[in-house]
Design a protein around this ligand. Structure first.
Ligand code: NAI
Length: 247
C-alpha cells in the first residue's frame, strides 16, 4: 500500500493557503499548516479535520525554520510537498517606502522561501523525490504601481523557481510556481472596491471578466503536486482568467 503524502503549507491558515490545504486533504494528503497567528491556525485546523496539523511559525524568523522542519521530519518521517505560500504586501508610493519596509517584505516573501526550501530540500534529496510550489504573483508578470517591494520579491521568486528547478530536478525534486491573478478575498475585494479606477483596470484586462477564487489556486497546486505533473518543472503557471495576456 502507498503511504500518505505529507505537505507543508506556509500561511495555510487563511485565503489561498487554506484553499490549497483543503484540496490536498480532499485527496488524502496530510497537511502541516504553518502560520503566525495561532488562533487562525486552530480555527483552520478545526475546519480541515484530522489530516491537518497546525504549527505556529513566523517564517520571517529565519532562525526558527531549521528546527520547524526538523520537528516535522521527526513527527512524520518525510516531506513530499512544500508550498511556499505565506506572503505579505504593502501599498505605498515608491518614495515613501523605507528601507525597513522593503526589507520586511523581502524577508517574508523571499528570504523565508529560500531558507524553508533549503531545509526541506535536504530531506527531499535523501528520498530522491519531492515537489516544491512557490506562490508568485501578477506583480512578476508586469509592472504594478505602488508595490515595489512586493514586486521585487515575487520577481525573485520566479527566478529562484527556475534556478531551483534546474539544480534539483535531476534529483527528482520538481520546482514550480503559480502566479495567481486577482483572487477573491475579503481584503482584495475591499481594496478594489475602495479604488474604482484600479478595479476597472483589473477587470478591463481580465478576459474572463471576474476575480478568481482561492480554490482555483488550490486546484492548480493539486495538479502540480500530483503525478499528473510528473514531467512538469520550472514552470510559472498563471491562474488568472487571462489577466497576464489581456489587452
Ligand atoms: P492572506 O493574507 O489571506 O494569506 C497569507 C497568509 O500568510 C496568512 O495566513 C498569513 O498569516 C500568512 N503569513 C504572512 N506572513 C507570515 C509570516 N511571517 N509567517 C507565517 N505566516 C505568514 O493572503 P492570500 O491572498 O491568501 O495570499 C497568499 C499568497 O498568495 C501570498 O504569497 C500572496 O502574495 C499570493 N497572491 C495572492 C493574490 C490574491 O489576489 N489574493 C494574488 C497574487 C498572489
Amino acid at each position: 500500500m502507498r503511504r500518505q503524502k505529507l505537505a507543508i503549507i506556509t500561511g495555510g491558515g487563511s485565503g489561498i493557503g487554506f484553499a490549497i490545504a483543503q484540496k490536498f486533504i480532499e485527496k488524502n494528503i496530510v497537511c502541516v499548516i504553518a502560520g503566525r497567528n495561532p488562533e487562525k491556525l486552530e480555527y483552520a485546523k478545526k475546519k480541515l479535520g484530522e489530516k491537518c496539523f497546525s504549527v505556529p511559525l513566523d517564517v520571517s524568523d529565519l532562525n526558527a525554520i531549521p528546527l520547524f522542519v526538523q520537528k516535522v521530519v521527526q513527527q512524520f518521517g518525510y516531506i513530499d510537498i512544500l508550498v511556499n505560500n505565506a506572503g505579505i504586501n504593502m501599498k505605498k508610493e515608491f518614495v515613501e517606502v523605507t528601507d525597513e519596509d522593503f526589507q520586511n517584505i523581502l524577508n517574508t516573501n523571499l528570504n523565508a522561501v529560500f531558507s524553508m526550501s533549503r531545509e526541506v530540500v535536504k530531506h527531499m534529496l535523501a528520498n530522491n523525490s519531492g515537489c516544491i510550489i512557490n506562490i508568485s504573483s501578477m506583480a512578476a508578470q508586469y509592472g504594478l504601481p505602488k508595490v515595489i517591494a512586493y514586486t521585487a520579491s515575487k520577481t525573485a521568486i520566479d527566478g529562484m523557481t527556475r534556478a531551483m528547478a534546474v539544480e534539483l530536478s535531476p534529483s527528482g525534486i520538481r520546482v514550480n510556481a503559480i502566479a495567481p491573478g486577482f483572487i477573491y478575498s475579503e481584503m482584495t475585494a475591499k481594496a478594489l472596491d475602495s479604488d474604482p479606477e484600479r478595479k476597472a483596470k483589473v477587470f478591463g484586462r481580465t478576459p474572463m471578466g471576474k476575480m478568481g477564487e482561492p480554490e482555483d489556486i488550490g486546484n492548480a497546486a493539486l495538479y502540480l503536486a500530483s503525478d499528473a505533473a510528473k514531467y512538469v518543472t520550472g514552470v510559472i503557471l498563471p491562474v488568472d482568467g487571462g489577466n497576464s495576456i489581456g489587452f
